[in-house]
Design a protein around this ligand. Structure first.
Ligand code: SF4
Length: 381
């Protein structure tokens, strides 16, 4: 029997042993897609029983595009003082949240750049004001690199920054900026972003404070499959550490290939074609399936429709994903690098789920089920 088949069969029992990194590399490299997706679907059924696929009604808000980190794959940021740079006011952000409330949304995902001109007091006032004006909306804000930037400007620790933001009303720290948690890859594309250790440390601090966290993974920087598994291994290890302390840890994992339009990385690639960057649909589906099988301690795997499109996200639901993601309403970071969609209606998401053979369920940021809303299809599609 071939090695990949032996490994996949070992994952079919009720509680299989965790894949080793070598085993994960073997199935990622050699398994036929169909077999990989089948086993990932079985693991999904074991971890998230039932035929439901969840979705979230939320809004992305990018409060500032000023950033000094200069990641090569980023088309969103502008340097301080650039004519196109902006920072939104509390009122501007609040009016966007009011629009989300009108469609029954439950959370905002608010991220920006590392803006050296914003003092810590600005962030605290923003979160306090938003949580007062919009008490029903979960404020999932910033990313580890923004937290590090705030800590540096204010001269306090990242833990203290997180703690005070939580006290001000912040609900969660989204897992943006993980990209590849392999320093050899990371330092090549984002040398100023800091080590993978930093990202993991800040996320662990957030988890210790009870903030809702998620894990992300951007791939396709020319890294090896072993590097990709190394990223997954670090996420799984932190999850074990957090869970062993009675913490929730990461609620979910979402991955997508790097986008290559309008950024330094894409231009370099087009100029030389020395390294193959990005990833197509088949590679993406393999990545989702291996993630589901490898990340045995993370309950929810999200499909990424903004980067892959709704049809591929739909197939990912049969490759181990149990969540289609969120409405977003606007998206400025990934879309600046070439994704074509920046929002999906509730009707589009639920229709996508139903057409794939699953039952849509509306959830909140913590994966609590909010309502079963099939009637939304008629209203929005
Ligand atoms: S990805 Fe984030 S940290 Fe990197 S340049 Fe863009 S905004 Fe800045």
């Amino acid at each position: 029997m071939s090695l990949w088949r032996e490994i996949l069969e070992s994952q079919m029992g009720p509680s299989p042993a965790d894949l080793t990194t070598d085993e994960a590399v073997a199935i990622y490299s050699d398994s036929p897609l169909y077999d990989l997706m089948f086993v990932a679907s079985e693991r999904r059924k074991a971890l998230v029983p039932g035929n439901n696929v969840t979705y979230l009604v939320d809004r992305n808000i990018n409060y500032t595009n000023v950033c000094t980190i200069n990641c090569q794959f980023c088309s969103f940021y502008r340097s301080p003082g650039h004519i196109e740079s902006y920072t939104q006011s509390v009122d501007q952000i609040s009016s966007k949240i009011a629009e989300l409330e009108e469609i029954g949304g439950s959370r905002i995902l608010m991220q920006g750049g590392v803006n050296p001109d914003l003092p810590f007091s600005w962030y605290i006032s923003l979160i306090e004001e938003l949580s007062t004006r919009h008490p029903e909306i979960a404020l999932d804000c910033f990313s580890p690199i923004e937290i590090e930037g705030i800590a540096e400007i204010s001269g306090i620790s990242t833990f203290e920054v997180l703690s005070r933001l939580k006290d001000a009303g912040m609900h969660g720290l989204p897992g943006g900026g993980a990209e590849m948690l392999v320093d050899q890859v990371r330092m090549g594309v984002s040398p100023k972003k800091g080590s993978s250790e930093n990202w993991l440390r800040v996320m662990f601090e957030a988890q210790k404070l009870g903030l809702t966290t998620s894990a992300t993974n951007v791939f396709g920087f020319g890294e090896s499959i072993t590097h990709r598994i190394e990223h997954l291994e670090k996420i799984r290890a932190l999850q074990y550490t957090s869970n062993s302390r009675g913490l929730v840890g990461f609620t979910s994992f979402i991955s997508w290939p790097v986008m290559l339009e309008n950024n330094t990385l894409g231009k370099m690639n087009r100029g030389t074609n020395l390294i193959e960057l990005g990833a197509g649909s088949i590679e993406y589906l393999r990545h989702v399936a291996v993630s589901r099988i490898f990340l045995s301690n993370i309950p929810h795997i999200q499909a990424s429709w903004p980067t892959m499109g709704l049809p591929v996200a739909q197939i990912a639901l049969s490759a181990g994903a149990d969540d289609i993601g969120s409405t977003m309403m606007e998206e400025n970071v990934v879309s600046a690098s070439g994704s074509t969609r920046t929002e999906a209606t509730i009707g589009e998401l639920t229709k996508t789920i139903i057409e794939a053979g699953y039952d849509p369920l509306k959830r909140d940021s913590d994966y609590n089920i909010l309502a079963h809303q099939p009637e939304i299809i008629a209203l929005n599609s």
